[in-house]
Ligand binder design. Structure first.
Ligand code: KIV
Length: 258
């Protein structure tokens, strides 16, 4: 899929499903492109997947710029989306613009920010200033202290209506994509039908226009910490552990090097 976001809107109109994945480094981003993924997210999940942190709150803008530069260098075709990390954008639209510009200069095609109604003004400000924005609602991991953990959202009628209204307001403010995490499938489907912009789901059922998963979950590298909605397509941890054990064994038994 093209880096041109207008083509993603066209794909939505044509009913084509698109696949996103996270990547944080050069070889995995290249693998994702070779595998034909449509979009790559440099998520702030980098803090959990790469640095072993318990949440995404400690990730800095400088770290996001660093990983965005690496991923953008590795790929040509997929859309490159980069997360605005916690503390880099919430204070004011101007702060969000300064942070977004750094990610765009690092190679991002679009930035993602977490938050519903309170972010409408910021989305409007960025959209009017050449920054394509993906808004992220539902389970927003940067809000876990307020949410009380990594919990599914939109479970009551009231909470679902609020998410629905937020989605419309963010799209009207100029968001080019909407990511919905860990919300009921029927709600995500209804929002996707109502909006013209492409929606991306994670733990939100099959009714969104695109899906996203964290690469470490897809590759089975994270079996102890994978969320319930993820799917591992290979037991990567076992495959890699066996390869490492084989290497160590061959060194000790003088098989390698020959
Ligand atoms: O940071 C991330 O990887 C994300 C995805 C879980 C959507 O935001």
């Amino acid at each position: 899929m093209s880096k041109n976001i207008a083509n993603w809107e066209k794909a939505k109109r044509e009913g084509k499903k698109l696949a996103f994945i996270t990547a944080y480094d050069f070889p995995s981003a290249r693998l994702a492109e070779e595998a034909g993924l449509d979009g790559i997210l440099i998520g702030d999940s980098v803090g959990m997947m790469i640095a072993g942190q318990p949440d995404t709150l400690r990730v800095s803008l400088e770290q996001m710029v660093y990983h965005t530069t690496i991923v953008a260098r590795a790929v040509k075709t997929p859309l490159v989306m980069s997360d605005l990390p916690f503390g880099s954008f919430e204070e004011s639209p101007a702060q969000a613009f300064a942070a977004s510009a750094k990610l765009i200069k690092a190679g991002a095609d679009i930035v993602k920010l977490e938050g519903g109604a309170p972010m409408v003004e910021t989305v409007k400000f960025l959209s009017a200033r050449a920054i394509p924005v993906c808004a992220h609602i539902g389970l927003t991991p940067q809000h876990i202290k307020q949410l009380g953990g990594f919990k599914r959202q939109g479970k009551t009628q009231e909470a679902a209506s609020k998410l629905f209204e937020d989605a419309i307001a963010l799209a009207e403010a100029g968001a080019r994509m909407l990511l919905m995490e860990a919300i009921p499938s029927d709600l995500a489907t209804e929002i996707s039908r109502r909006l013209e912009i492409p929606t991306i789901g994670i733990g939100a059922g099959p009714g969104t226009d695109a899906q996203i998963l964290v690469m470490h979950d897809v590759l089975g590298l994270n079996p102890d910490r994978a969320p319930p909605f993820a799917r591992a397509y290979v037991n990567g941890a076992a495959v890699l552990r066996d390869a490492l054990a084989q290497y160590a064994k061959e060194v000790r038994s003088k098989i390698f090097p020959e």
